[in-house]
Design a protein around this ligand. Sequence first.
Ligand code: GLN
Length: 311
Amino acid sequence: MTDIGEIVRDIAEEMASRTDRGRVADYIAPLAEVDPMRFGLAVIEADGTCHLAGDAEAPFSIQSVSKVFALTLALGKVGDALWHRVGREPSGSAFNSIVQLETESGIPRNPFINAGAIVVSDIVLAGHQPREAVGEILRFARALAGEDAIFVDERVARAEQETGFRNAALANYMRAFGNLKHPVEQTLGVYFHQCAIAMSCRQLALAGRYLMLGGRNPGTGRSVVSAARARRINALMMTCGHYDGSGEFAYRVGLSGKSGVGGGILAVAPGRASIAVWSPGLNERGNSQIGTLALERLVQRTGWSVFEPNP
Ligand SMILES: NC(=O)CC[C@H](N)C(=O)O
């Protein structure tokens, strides 16, 4: 039998010795202060067995990983009508790119690039004050993880509010096309705060369990989404979750995954495991360098790639 615990320990040991760790994001000031040597890995199997290694209990800025939870929440509110305002195709462009919006009527390619996630935040905001919308996303993350000790890092949110000029450009541009319904500052306020949620690998892997279990949260026994929706969210994570590095991630890892510039990745092996990895150094596409390598090792050793015929 494959000993997952041993594999997780081996991976953490190998990753600790790697020197090619990428570069920590510095356009959000507090993220630039994070030690690039940090590494955490959490693997939760379908039966609930949890394997932790390295800094798996240390909270970090989940950034764009939050886009999975916000999308799930927004789909719950407006259902498939969401797809009138956001596409489902990989963009092949950087996560913060604006170019396609001009020729595509302000409809972002997918919900996992910044423009798409800003529209999703606008949908979550409907009928709320920004503070309530942020509270709703945070409560959702806590419910998925089954833990209350998950918070927004206000310093990170403030830094993004002060320097998020590109996101402000994206939001204003989409508002000009009528694809944002609320004042830009309000929608961006929600977006920046959701990105600033801090979670540990263990909490993130717990929160991702519904995606490996056909939409069911084993903590509550209740369905978060239907099995069909869980499958579709996984498909979007696989095709779009790493921006213009999504093809490369599918090639190397073969799991649905969502990365963030804090260096976190949530990856899902449906029916098998919910996995969270964290290493702050990023590759040139803004995805965790060592995190991706760790996941590549994990699927090599476990056979968990969704393209593996006989795991
Ligand atoms: N890729 C990311 O994680 C980007 C999220 C970040 N908050 C931004 O908007 O730039």
